[in-house]
Design a protein around this ligand. Sequence first.
Ligand code: PHE
Length: 450
Amino acid sequence: MSTENNLLSKKGFTSNLGAIMAAAGGSIGLGNIWRFPYTVGANGGGAFIIVYLIFVVLLGVPLVMSELMLGRRSGKNAVGTFRALAPKHRSWQLVGLIGILAAFLIYSFYSVVFGWTLNFTGQAFTGSILNQDEAQIFAFFAHPYFPLIGLAVALSLTAAVVVAGVQKGIEKCTKILMPVLFVIILLLCLRAVTLPDASKGLSFIFKPDFSKLTSKAILNALGQSMFSLSIGMCALITYGSYIRKEDNLFASSLWIAGADTAIAILAGIAIFPAVFSFGFSPAEGPSLVYVVLPKVFNSMPFGHFFSILFFLLLSIAALTSTILLLEILVMWAVEELKMKRWVATIAVSTVIFIIGALCSLSFGPLKEYTIFGDTLFDFFDKLTATYMMPFGALCISLFIGWYYPKNEIIDEFSNKGTIKTGYLKIFYFLMRYIVPVALLIVLLTGILGL
Ligand code: PHE
């Protein structure tokens, strides 16, 4: 069969653990440690987290499973997957193309934030971060070229890993970085919960106040769960195509979604008690970890040490996600545009540098240029997480639930009938009814502002 030939000729992950680490690394990112806390902060805390968790269980897990399955079934990139699995209906390829476009837009603004993070990490090492005031930090974001240096470094680091390939680059790197990330976040949580008045921050996360839950907040929770799990834009189709035929896709999906959710909650535990303990506001928005946290570290015993740990954590999380973002685009360029891997890596990184620079400048010189009232950076963020990813997820759920033959799905999840798939009934029910209906309701109510 052609798909099997394709798989044999392609170098995928060498082990199940390697695949899980890479995919968990791709999911765990700035979305968990930077975006999750400020989104929780801006949407009222505990109640938002409960809605978020419901989305992860009902929509997130089956979508992670679906994408990994589609990728492994075809052995191809996002667009090629739909061409291979729906040869008679070519328009399904559009779902893959939207995914590629989303990866492109996300990588553009995400690498800017990664660049800031690298800069802050350097400043954490020298200690200068502790004494900066808010005006200095905002002046840095708005600076016409300082952030571009960080952006260039961020893109180069990512390119260096991706150009080395799936096994020697991506798998090797994520297998080292993910355990480090886990240890650092645990240390930070320990520090946070032992601060005076830590309970205020903890009750902000764990005591739900449903009166603060608006339809916008529900839409934001959906967007956040999609963004954090990297679903709805065929990202996991890309990594799925590298997963070995003998691995258990269901178990891998649970590990990936579980690890991603655990790290988001741990990030909340590491951040909110510290923010509340020193009397700052949790509703600061995107600058929460960059503006508020340095002040928090400055007031905290051993703050310098913990500021280094925190920004290292953020850099690691960002890198393992930019690796996935770049791989989506490189794999597509290699397979669809027939480029060499290194050419594709350089070409994509260069284009992203240009668009990323525009996103970066939208904090300074290009601040006045808005699209539907948002700066370019905010527009890309909102467009992808809140609209493109849920829409892509809707298409994927229709593909799995209503289009792609059920026996093919069973065949892939059961590894050709060799492993048990009792959970498949629930999976299929969720993908056929719950996921599309929930996505439609949330998207429509959110868009219409009901
Ligand atoms: N999930 C990543 C994060 O939480 C972001 C991401 C989205 C990465 C989509 C790849 C694809 O930071």
